[in-house]
Design a protein. Structure first.
Length: 108
């Protein structure tokens, strides 16, 4: 299985299109399609691995263990650039404000 095939497979398992993975990884549209013929930069590959929550070694085929990476995902709850979800559905903004108040100990 090639690098691109692994990315395509794990993207589908995670519910992402290739375009979504590229956007989330901060790389150019259709850039990953070039990886069929040439190697990506280490930075781009690491970004894609982070988005898919797998190791770079898995993407490169050095391991068949596609379990989530050991690096925990952390997002600042006040960062509006991320869409928080619960059971795959976006959390409405009014509920996010309520969650923020709870996490802040009831303080605004």
């Amino acid at each position: 299985m090639t690098l691109f095939d692994r990315i395509k497979t794990i993207s589908k398992e995670r519910g992402y299109s290739i375009a979504e993975v590229e956007r989330k990884a901060g790389i150019s549209t259709n850039y990953m399609y070039q990886w069929k013929k040439r190697n990506p930069s280490p930075k781009a590959l690491a970004s894609v691995a982070d988005v898919l929550n797998v190791s770079v070694d898995y993407l490169l085929g050095k391991t068949d263990d596609n379990s989530t990476s050991m690096k925990p995902k952390q997002v600042d709850i006040t960062d509006d650039d991320y869409i928080m979800t619960y059971q795959g559905k976006p959390i409405p903004p009014e509920d996010m404000e309520y969650i923020k108040r709870i996490l802040n100990g009831g303080k605004d």
